[in-house]
Design a binder for this molecule. Sequence first.
Ligand code: FAD
Length: 459
Amino acid sequence: MTKKTIIWFRNDLRLSDNAALSLASKQNNEVIFIYIYNPKEQIGAAAKWFLHNALIALAADLKKYYGAKLLIKMGDEAEILTALIAKYQITKILWNRLYEPQAIIRDSKLKAQFKKQAIEVQTFNSSLLFEPNFIKNNAGNFFKVFSPFWRKCLSVIDSVNMPFTRPDKVNLVKLVEDNQSSVADLALLPTKPNWAKNWSNLYKISEEDVHAKAQDFIVNKVINYKNARDFPGQDATSLMSPFLHFGLISPKLLYFKLIPYLADHKGAVHYLSELGWREFSYYLLYHFPALETKNFNAKFDGFSWENDQEKLQKWQKGQTGFPIIDAGMRQLWQTGWMHNRVRMIVASFLIKNLLIDWRYGLAWFADCLIDADKAANAASWQWVAGSGADAAPYFSIFNPVTQSLKFDPEGVYIRKWVPEIAHLTNAQIHQPENIAGYFPPMVDLAKTRNIALENYKKL
Ligand code: FAD
């Protein structure tokens, strides 16, 4: 007898390498596909825009490949699933696991509740190469430093299973829904003003498109990745981050695409290690669930921040008078994404030159990034602040002018995002002085650096 089964989509909005879907297909289950949006969940505005488009693409693929509907519901997950189970006499529920602390708590409760109701629950890892409780040091504890963590991961990387291909067919439960909600009903898109009106020209959001993009990156660009990835004026990184976050592509799929290049290309090895930083971020969040709100290293709790709100606003708007910072903050605002090197520079500036608590920066990124990810965002902000596990030492303070000269020597990136100074020469553009129509530098770099160092010394 086929089992009536719910497949609950979460941050795994894809059909290939989707463990829950593959199992249901293999076991011939009759399935209902559902996505539940809980407005209580904190998702930033830019990420909501991405999610809207990812759900539209998933619904279209389910229709195209299986003639299936994606049920869209809004509200409390437990209530919605319980009602659905009763309505359709469901006996089984499948999902791919999440690793954020709030999701773990919710999912454990649901699992216990369904078990009591004799509903079979099966869950899978489908979003990481290695689950956080799988990788341990020789003493059986969790790693706090990236290099040994990643060495350990690489030593067991052969245990990563081949990705599942998209199932050819699935059996469907016949739906009898009176008021079927649509993705639009979730109201994920901005309204007034619609700051994302041009974004669909920037991002092609579907599983098919992201596979093509990944393929193109690995075949044509990964070879130069190690050398070029730090230059924001070059199109040299994969831009996989929002797709990985919402699960339109899995890290396993990327890893298997990379395998043929790993022996010969330093670029491919380096790219894999960046996926490793993603793994490490989830690992840290799992083992230290307060990563988003508390210093990993409690020594930093006593740091005296200034938290000047006017300065914070100038930073947010890209009006600091430091072109590389302003370029980055405007790229973020205008596109929902920022280059990694520039993320590090703007974060260091906020924390160490403006003396603003890293949690303000994290919150701004969480709202503005299409790839906003609790694990990567928190781990990265704490890395820059010096308070994180395996963090940059507190005395390592990025000088935005030196960084700009080194990583955007021709000012390609700055000219694109700070057009009012595009006419300046390469020598002037990194540190313009008295340019009509552009902002004067909002702080003295040397002075503020010294204050930060003094404050750190007091810890
Ligand atoms: P690529 O260079 O092509 O890297 C491939 C993938 O590796 C990325 O898609 C990402 O999944 C992963 N990756 C790369 N670098 C890191 C890193 N340092 N930490 C964790 N994973 C990494 N990344 C997010 O996905 N979400 C965030 O909210 C986020 N916030 C950040 C905040 C700060 C202050 C900093 C310094 C970095 C942050 N990052 C975040 C990490 C990194 O900047 C982005 O993952 C990367 O820029 C995404 O672009 P890409 O896909 O082209 O990266």
